[in-house]
Design a protein around this ligand. Sequence first.
Ligand code: FES
Ligand code: FES
Length: 914
Amino acid sequence: MTRPITVTVNGETRRLAVDPLTRLAHALRFELGLTGTKVGCDAGDCGACTVLLDGRQVCACLVAVGQVDGRSVTTVEGLAADGALSPLQQAFLDHGAAQCGICTPGMLMAASDLLARTPSPSRAQVKDALAGVLCRCTGYQKIVEAVLSLAEDPPHAPAPAAGAAVGARLPKVDGAAKIAGRAPFGADRAPADALWLRAVRSPHARADFTLGEVAPLFDRHPGLVRVLTAADVPGHNGFGIYPHIKDQPVLAEGRVRYRGEAVLALVGTREAVYGIADEEIPIAWAAKDPVAGLAAALAAHAPAVQAEHPDNVLARGLVRKDDVAAGFEEAHAVAEGTWRTAFVEHAYIEPEAGYARRIGDELELWVSTQSPYMDREETAQVLGLAPEKVRTIPSACGGGFGGKLDVSVQPLVALAAWLLDRPVRCEYTRPESMQASTKRHPARIRARAACTGDGRLSALEFHGDFDTGAYASWGPTVADRVPVHCSGPYVVPRVRATSAAVLTNAPPSGAFRGFGVPQAALAHEGLMDMLAERIGMDPLEFRAVNALRAGSVTATGQTLEASAGLPRCLDELRPYWRDSRARAEAHNAAARTLRRGVGIGCMWYGCGNTSMSNPSTMEVAIDRGGRITLYNGAVDIGQGANTVMVQICADALGVPVSRLCHVMGDTALTADAGKSSASRQTFVSGKAAELAGRDLRHQILRLTNASEDASIELDGARVRVRDGTACHDIDLGHLPAAACGEVLRGRGQFDPPTTKLDENGQGKPYATYGFAAQMAEVEVDPELGLVRVLRLVAAHDVGRAVNPTQVEGQIHGGIAQGLGLALMEEYVPGGTENLHDYLIPTFGDMPEITCLIIEDPEPVGPYGAKGIGEPALIATAPAIFGAIHHATGVRLFEAPATPQRLRAALLAHAQGKA
Ligand code: FES
Ligand code: FES
């Protein structure tokens, strides 16, 4: 049923002929092409779809088009006048308030509503007015700062001069497009004739099934074009991160191993594929009791989740150094515990989306991804094609955090487009995204540590079981990475650390900002606090005594040559720590109901893959017109890789950053820079970008025999090289050119120097490590079991802050995710499959954050830089747990510390059971 509807959109009269029950968000996107309005949940939970209706903010996914007849709607596209950013948008750009940018249109519209009524709002008013919009990247602080700044003169930093880009607070090079709502995300672009695909997923965690006759579906739903099953896959019906473990079916073959596993795919018109209820599909299920959790999976006679792994252990890890028993024997104090963590959902605000189209004997894939080259290979092997036959074009990525390293829509749309020779698109719904995608591994960790009377660590024993779900994904990576990191950023002379990735009937656990290290950090930091308490030492000073530093030897026998800045982090943190601890103790001494506490967490994190090659290649070219283009394969998932690569390359080349154009991630145009994970892009791809810039610079200088010290100036199609008093002009138009007009191309490749670990886990697993110390100040309501984090101070050694604004943004966002891990986030299959029941931190949950950036240069890194993406998160939960103990005397061993858990622990403590 359609009826004509007239609505003023961004000042223009628009007529719609749609069902009046159509959601406004869908009408804006599909009928009017205004894709700046995003859909993150379609349920009123995320606020990504926020627009103004007659000047007031509404969730466009909750408004029916029939309700807007005769009214006025403003979307993000209506904010910019004549193509220029509005002052609010400019403030977002200048303050780094947009990272991935998927929430940004909603934030801007909510802020516009506020500012129209309250031009000079308070901080509390900003947080309140924007509270309905979720952001998973920024930790909200820079968004608040951007809105507040409008009452002041906006800080327009001058563009950095040639050679001065590294270290500058350069606005994101792709920021304006995101803030204007122009950047196309996975769901924002598809050929006009694209069919839609919807995967039908298992409602059971463990079941066998048979598929009946699907022909009646076509009769009942004329828009249905094809039903795809496992039998339609022309290549290998399996995918997975490891070349030798492609264990997850694209479409299940008679058996499912987790709730949410794809069973078949419906392809047709949008109305048809979403109009078919799952109950209509003739699937006969034979459900079985699932293997739920680590204990069930490791129990004697447990059913095997995968027949190839009868004991349900997918992978194991080990680091062994010296005689641990001797270390415990000579110890003055010993601490031990068992820690547990839950499944954690990535909750990126952009659900998985993309399209595929067949072009002759090749396939083009447009998708929101962290790993275009891996997508290319996965998709090619599913289709039985050579990888070169698949081209991946990454869309803007609305958050990844590790969750978009694994393929999602890619093999499905590729299969459909290949077989039908029609473009096919797919957008996961929010519940589908949460059911189907990977999670952070739940962990069960048993650990004990010992120290001498003067506070020196003497031994650590650790075993961690990690629930890796039904399929491998990154389980082996977690099993490898955890034993290397589980002794924390400390000198521990004797270590025995083991791990296991355990298969269960749960969603695959994959990569999530830290690969198991955040879970392990809860254990090692808990042990540090307990040992410090046992020997009567201040927790910060205990860590300072044991901190790794340049010259220290790690548990894997690696000598840290340089850039081990934990001691400096602790030095910077110390004044805040002493002051805050004293204030909290004074507060508690006044016997108030609400208790205050201050805790500390430290971390280290190896940048890049563990003990294996992970090269990156970058290229930069200049054409006959003097246009310089950086061909950057390092996907920007919001962390700012685009901007960082341009800054580094421009300085290496010796030209202003504004002269560089930029192509990102397209596998047909850029070289393989590896995946955006493991905190490797700034360090690894940044180095490759530096080398590419230097290579092009050498080639230019060689044309004039100029020395290394010469400067390069660009003037249209001429390059002027000044070398002392000499000055040479190069007319680019006279140089031999490729068909595309390119005359010179520089190339840089970097593979961090690591070694394989031996049978005892000894070796050099990473070329460099990020270090941090964070302090959390909390307020606990013992009656309710509620924890409010009041303040976070985060000292991070990043080697060199290529872009301090972005470094701070990573720290803020990491802290938000660490806070969620500590206090609220727990994914329960069948229970918390939406953003209403699954809680992530909002504006109201976030504390004031102080960033202390330490620059202890990494000699191998680009201009001394190393990674910050994952280090930002790891220390937060331990610091919060330490603060809860300081406030209440209760030591927690299970995350998240929900009110029920904390209340139970407080009661047990009061009764002397804990
Ligand atoms: S898409 Fe409307 S609130 Fe999430
Ligand atoms: S910038 Fe807010 S969700 Fe990514």
